[in-house]
Design a protein around this ligand. Structure first.
Ligand code: G4P
Length: 526
């Protein structure tokens, strides 16, 4: 059995696409699914999004803004592998969901708009990948439009992200003159041939008459010069450096035209890492271990706001999961229902009868499972590396009707458990403080409190810049600090102390005054 488990884990590729809004993530997702046979017509991914929106009230925000707030997972098979694609919301204003999704993947595709290079959001998401050494393959998109010089793009990736860059497909022209790509290290070219059918790619040998017919000699000369420079100045692909996160292979192409997408998929199958051993407190968990383990990286409320049901998205880390098996959550040691586990396919959900490390399984529950929970067959395992992130926006919650303070407490706790917002209760005063990474989370919170709990609230600016979790080796030292700074201390939902800093100066000052207290922007879950 163990060899089956190891073999199944080895053919999993669990990845996310990171990009700035409009770079082409949705289009690329769609084309990956199309080539993977998971959908049959381009447009289904977006259509699905619209149907989903129509079913849910609170997602009206999504509709208004034309964005997708939720993170979903999609599974499909290609080239003998099971690919699990986790969708990270691409909008400007992102939330912790995005960060957390990246804790559940083994690799990422970074999509760049060839006319824009690295944009702010890409950069932010990249940093999260780097924290975890997640290997990244780059897809430079929209070569069918006017674009930046490919060398300038390569330099930008190298300089701004401090990564070695190994182009595997190199463009021949761009915009109107886009003819396809040279395949690095080979004697063949991938011609862009709009007459070649759904995938307008055709392999031709260098020097063939076909090539001379299709590509003007001027462009071929430029290509030869550029390839010489590429080979001299840029490293060849090195699988190990990629897997360690030091080198990014680069594909130039066009998601819209389905050019270069197959090469990207083939790359994922050949080189993207299968599930790695996952760090847990006290040991690391190997994907081939016989017992099932996993962790919850996202909790989503039922699409129907009248029900309190939730779906916990579990990333499996080891073993062979089967429907109906006994699992327990390490936090409360209570059994978890696995009667109706869900697989997320591109077009539908299916009952998950069997799953392995790397797979994402949805477990419907009534609020028992929280983000960061570890699951096992009984071992009190605790996966690490699933931190809480310090909020970047802090607001006071003002309740229209003070008689309903108790309801607000419950509602905020529910929302915090789902990971919609972070909730802090100041030691002094009665107002709740909510913290988010992006403004959009506040809009979601407000809409949901009104729709699901009948609690109209307003947010007021809180005079704080950021929050830091405080710990100290010496308990007394911590208590001395908490007492001295009482008016700036709050408790998170687990009762852990947090310092609310008014500004950077303030934060520096307490760090100097209390050198034995650690102020941390992330907090490991326990
Ligand atoms: P996102 O999920 O990263 O936000 O981007 P999305 O795929 O929605 O793409 C953003 C816009 O860029 C879309 O145009 C899409 O058609 C276009 N696009 C994506 N890939 C390519 C490409 O390879 N070449 C060209 N020329 N365009 C591309 P839109 O007009 O905003 O939306 P739509 O009405 O076409 O859906």
């Amino acid at each position: 059995m163990e060899s089956v488990i190891a073999a199944e884990a080895a053919r999993r590729r669990t990845f996310a696409i990171i990009s700035h809004p409009d770079a082409g993530k949705t289009t690329l997702t769609e084309k990956l699914l199309l080539l993977g046979g998971a959908i049959h017509l381009a447009g289904e991914v977006k259509a699905k999004g619209e149907r989903r929106r129509a079913r849910s009230d609170w997602m009206a925000i999504e509709q208004e803004r034309g964005i997708s707030v939720t993170t979903s997972a999609m599974t499909f098979e290609y080239g003998g592998c099971v690919l699990n694609l986790l969708d990270t919301p691409g909008h400007e204003d992102f939330s912790e969901d995005t960060y957390r999704t990246l804790t559940a993947v083994d690799s990422a595709i970074m999509v760049l708009d060839a006319a824009k290079g690295i944009e702010s959001q890409t950069r932010k998401l990249f940093e999260v990948c780097r924290l975890r050494d997640v290997p990244i393959v780059t897809f430079v998109n929209k070569l069918d439009r006017e674009a930046l010089d490919p060398f300038a793009l390569v330099d930008e990736i190298h300089d701004r992200l401090a990564l070695d860059v190994a182009p595997l497909l190199w463009p021949i022209g761009m915009g109107q003159n886009f003819r396809g790509c040279a395949i690095r290290g080979g004697r063949e070219l991938l011609l862009f041939d709009p007459d070649a059918g759904a995938v307008p790619e055709r392999r031709v040998a260098r020097g063939s008459s076909d090539l001379a017919e299709r590509v003007p000699s001027e462009q071929l000369r430029t290509l030869d010069e550029q390839m010489e420079l590429v080979d001299a100045a840029l490293p060849a692909f090195d699988a190990r450096a990629y897997r360690e996160g030091h080198l990014t292979p680069v594909f130039f192409g066009s998601a819209l035209k389905t050019f270069g997408v197959r090469a990207l998929l083939d790359f994922l199958v050949a080189h993207a890492p299968p599930p790695r051993p996952q760090p847990a407190a006290g040991r690391s968990v190997d994907p081939s271990e016989p017992k099932v383990t996993g962790f919850v990286f996202k909790v989503q409320a039922n699409m129907d706001p009248r029900h309190r049901d939730r779906v916990a998205f579990v990333r499996l880390c080891s073993g062979r999961f089967t429907r109906g098996m006994k699992l327990v959550a390490s936090r409360d040691k209570k059994p978890v229902s696995t009667a109706a586990p869900i697989f997320f396919l591109a077009r539908e959900r299916a009952l998950a009868e069997e799953a392995f490390a790397g797979d994402i399984v949805g477990l419907p529950n009534h609020g028992q499972l929280r983000v960061g929970d570890s699951l096992s067959e009984g071992e009190p395992i605790r996966f690490t590396g699933l931190p809480d992130f310090a909020p970047e926006i802090l607001k006071r919650v003002r309740l229209g009707d003070p008689m309903r303070a108790k309801h607000l407490k419950k509602a905020l706790e529910d929302m915090a458990e789902e990971g919609v917002v972070r909730v802090f209760r100041p030691e002094v005063g009665t107002d709740w403080i909510v913290g988010v990474v992006g403004q959009l989370q506040l809009d979601v919170l407000k809409t949901r409190l009104a729709a699901e709990y009948d609690l109209p609230v307003e947010f007021e600016d809180a005079p704080y810049l950021t929050a830091r979790w405080c710990t100290a080796e010496d308990r007394k030292e911590l208590e001395r600090f908490l007492l001295a700074k009482k008016s700036s201390i709050a408790r998170d939902r687990d009762g852990e102390p947090v310092y609310l800093a008014r500004n950077a100066w303030d934060l520096n000052r307490v760090q100097e005054d209390f050198p034995n207290v650690r102020f941390s922007a992330t907090r490991e879950r326990h």
